[in-house]
Design a protein around this ligand. Structure first.
Ligand SMILES: Nc1ncnc2c1ncn2[C@@H]1O[C@H](COP(=O)(O)OP(=O)(O)OP(=O)(O)O)[C@@H](O)[C@H]1O
Length: 480
């Protein structure tokens, strides 16, 4: 798609339309005219050059419009409807128009107003387009990780660095932050990428099974061992072994693992042979292993063996803009899996997601979005669909009264800004404070002032569809 003044106009040619098109051409619009909605599909699919378009509608074409709804939604063209006055009175037509169009004019509208609307939509669409490439940078191309916050960019750099060496890596982070994904990324970026990546959750297996899972067993090693079994370590030959929840590994198994890390050999259960295995070991935990070492539940020598390189995966609440980026990523992913009517998130939902603590991190975000997309009865997902009320989102743990006040203040300011589309005047009025005080509070809480202008220029549909990062709160995550 290109960002020229190309404009597609759909409508039956008559004296009125001819006059409108000439007027728009005089205002530098480069017009492609299509007689009917039926023909629009072919043109759009062969040439997706239009940032904006006008469709002349009357009651007779609503059915056709509904049948090409999918085509219109799939493209990034922003549409303006030109309709007869009578159509505004019909509720179902209005619903369809509000779903598919960025704005509307009645047939009697004057040319200048139409031109202004088109220019406005055109600059909005160009803005989205200009961020398109940036959005790609929000993903780590090779590692399937989404996020562009400074902490995620630092993580991508670290993944890249540690993937070039063969030493063990210890991956820390709260549950659901992406530790396994990080381990996979290290493997995929390394020279071992073509060999297996074997993961085992050390906390999920009963103690009596772990040994045979890790090291394998010989036929007849124990009752039920009817065949030889290759363990997960041996099976990862040439590749990477990921030991998740290493803190849950029983002490006797820790001894065996340490022996393997020191000698690079294993013995299958019931076997006598020492088998040399070339495997890189990555381990992860969400518990504090230093404390476990102090308590005597984790061996210090094994801890030091595993802790050669360390990576910390940040919790979601500290990733700022990434929350919105990830929310949109999963929304788009689930939306493409099955056809749904929901088109995105309300501004309030985005603001509240930003404030919420996310104790279950990305796994929780995924679950809330998946559920919201099923439960939502509107075109945009609301906080209640996500199971997030403002009360909950402000529940971040405070260590002092001052911090509690700060959290509450930030929450109130952000929610009011979101409700008022970042319009400073309206927000200040709602909060009963001056604009200067509001600016001061925004600075204090790291809310980017740049959003206020964008907020005023917001999409006339009032909400935010699944379009990429055009508007967002840009807050500085406060240290805890
Ligand atoms: N940056 C990311 N981009 C996209 N998806 C992510 C990202 N990080 C994590 N995920 C997804 O979130 C879910 C949880 O990630 P993962 O299993 O790697 O977390 P974990 O920290 O290992 O969790 P646990 O501690 O419970 O084992 C997975 O579905 C994963 O694909």
């Amino acid at each position: 798609m290109k960002a020229t003044n190309d404009l597609i106009v759909v409508g039956k040619m008559d004296g009125h339309l001819d006059e409108i098109m000439s007027g728009l051409e005089e205002r530098d619009w480069n017009i492609t005219h299509v007689e009917s909605l039926q023909k629009i599909q072919r043109i759009l699919h062969s040439s997706n050059d239009f940032l904006v378009g006008i469709i002349y509608l009357d009651a007779s074409c609503l059915e056709t419009l509904s049948s090409i709804e999918g085509v219109l939604n799939e493209l990034s063209t922003r549409w303006i409807a030109v309709i007869p006055e009578t159509l505004i009175k019909d509720a179902s037509s209005c619903r369809m128009i509000s779903r598919l169009f960025s704005g509307y004019h009645t047939i009697s509208t004057d040319l200048e107003k139409l031109h202004q609307s088109l220019s406005h939509q055109h600059s909005f669409a160009s803005l989205v387009l200009s961020h398109h490439d940036d959005d790609r940078l929000e993903e780590c191309q090779d590692c399937h990780m989404v996020g562009a916050s400074p902490s995620m960019k630092a993580l991508y750099r670290t993944i890249h660095k540690v993937s070039t060496v063969d030493a063990p890596v210890f991956i820390r982070g709260e549950s659901g932050t992406g530790k396994e994904l990080t381990a996979r990324a290290i493997h995929e970026e390394s020279l071992r990428a073509n060999a297996p990546f074997n993961a085992i959750n050390c906390g999920a297996l009963p103690a009596n099974l772990i040994q045979s899972e890790l090291f394998g067993h010989e036929k007849g090693a124990f009752t039920g061992a009817s065949q030889r079994k290759i363990g997960i370590i041996e099976g990862a030959e040439g590749g990477t072994l990921f030991l998740d929840e290493i803190g849950d590994l029983p002490l006797d198994m820790q001894v065996n693992l340490l022996r393997f890390l020191e000698n690079r050999t294993i013995q299958r259960v019931g076997g006598l042979k020492e088998i040399t295995v070339d495997v890189r070991v990555l381990a992860a935990t969400h518990v504090n292993l230093e404390e476990a070492v102090e308590k005597g539940t984790f061996r210090e020598d094994l801890f030091h063996r595993l802790n050669v390189l360390q990576i910390k995966v940040p919790p979601l609440r500290e990733r700022g803009d990434d929350i919105e980026i990830l929310a949109r990523h999963f929304f788009n992913k689930f939306a493409s899996e099955k056809s749904i009517q929901v088109r995105g998130f309300t501004k309030e939902s985005l603001a509240i997601m930003r404030l919420y603590e996310w104790p279950g991190n990305i796994r929780e975000l995924i679950n809330r979005i998946r559920r919201a997309m099923v439960m939502c009865e509107h075109s945009l997902i609301r906080p209640t669909d996500l199971g997030l009320e403002r009360r909950q989102s402000a529940s971040r743990y405070a260590e002092s009264l001052e911090e509690a006040r700060d959290i509450a203040e930030r929450s109130v300011v952000m929610a009011a800004l979101a409700r008022n589309s970042f319009n400073i005047q309206h927000t200040a009025r709602e909060l009963g404070i001056s604009r200067v005080t509001l600016y001061r509070l925004m600075d204090k809480h790291g809310v980017n002032r740049g959003n206020e202008a964008a907020g005023d220029k917001r999409d006339s549909r009032g909400g935010d569809s699944a379009s990429p990062k055009v508007l967002h709160l840009s807050t500085v995550s406060k240290g805890r």
